[in-house]
Design a protein around this ligand. Structure first.
Ligand code: CO
Length: 314
């Protein structure tokens, strides 16, 4: 799940508990093994006519069945949507025969997240676009190691995508991960940018996005995903009930509005979400769309940085 780059901000930062490094890598690997199986189910199931709500729920259920935690709602973004689209309550949309779909899933083991994604082209017209993000990911991983500047990694992504005749999405980034923190502050840009130099033991989700459009995303109107930004005392009973639930259940990781219908009934659910957002307690993840409405592809995996290479967790 992508990090939207906000001009002038270093990153979201966050807490997360300290854990022994070797143990944490084992947890990332465990999450990765489950994520791989969830992705392979997604490849098998995704087909023209399949409902997005059905697909999202099936991937999330499979995660739990395999012993994982759902690190964020299954992102099923279509065409010009680059990221952050998940099924709404009662969502009637289905995969269409001209669609390019990004399937982005997160699995966690004890809060250690494997974040991964791939793109399927049902149109038959965007095969090269899909290849562009896949190759960019491969080339990025090939230059990542302790001491490599992120600018070089982003440059590799940019170069690979440009060589295929597309644009990288410049304001979406890969991101460092920490326990129960999906966007932990450091970025892997999709272009040659950034000052950070990779260190041994860093854990990153790397996610090149390629597009036929502008190469910049803007926020769309739909928003179905939220997470806790800062916990504060809450006065309204429904808001308090909702905050208590998401805090204990998701511990700072993103969650979907459709997961909350059993906690607070409509229309009080939307009022409570709006109330918590207004107080700065929740942040929103609106759907991000290419500004030129071009088709977007994405490839993503999670890695641990080692002395001379990276270890792929998924
Ligand atoms: Co991600």
């Amino acid at each position: 799940m992508a990090d939207e780059r906000i001009e002038g901000m270093g990153g979201t930062g966050g807490g997360g508990e300290e854990a022994d490094f070797v143990e944490s890598v084992e947890k990332y690997a465990e999450a990765g093994r489950i994520a791989r199986q969830v992705l392979s189910l997604a490849r098998k199931k995704a087909a023209v006519g399949l409902g997005l709500l059905e697909l999202a729920e099936e991937l999330e259920k499979e995660t739990v069945r395999l012993g994982g935690g759902v690190a964020f709602p299954a992102n099923l973004s279509l065409n010009e949507e680059a990221a952050h689209r998940t099924a709404a309550i009662g969502d009637a949309r289905a995969i269409g025969e001209k669609d390019v779909i990004k399937i982005d899933v997160g699995v966690h083991a004890d809060g250690f997240v494997a974040d991964c994604a791939f793109t399927l082209d049902f149109s038959g017209q965007h095969g090269k676009l899909v290849e562009a993000s896949e190759e960019a990911l491969e080339n990025a991983l090939a230059v990542m190691r302790a001491g490599a500047p992120v600018r070089r990694v982003g440059g590799e992504i940019q170069k690979t995508i440009a060589a295929k005749g597309f644009k990288p999405v410049e304001n979406l980034c890969g991101h460092s991960l920490e326990q129960y923190v999906l966007h932990a502050g450091m970025e892997i840009p999709n272009v040659a940018r950034g000052e950070y130099v990779l260190e041994e033991g860093d854990v990153f989700a790397v996610e090149p996005f390629a597009t036929t459009g502008k190469g910049r995303v803007v926020e769309g109107a739909f928003c179905e995903i939220f997470s806790i930004e800062e916990e504060k005392p809450v006065r309204l009973p429904n808001s308090r009930k909702l905050l208590e639930f998401v805090s204990s259940e998701y511990k700072g990781l993103p969650f979907a509005r459709r997961w909350l219908t059993g906690v607070v009934a409509q229309p009080f659910l939307d009022l409570a979400l709006a109330d918590l957002f207004k107080q700065g307690i929740l942040v929103k993840y609106p759907v991000l769309c290419d500004e030129g409405r071009g088709a977007v592809s994405q490839a993503e995996t999670t890695v641990v940085v080692e002395q001379d290479s990276v270890k792929v967790m998924v």
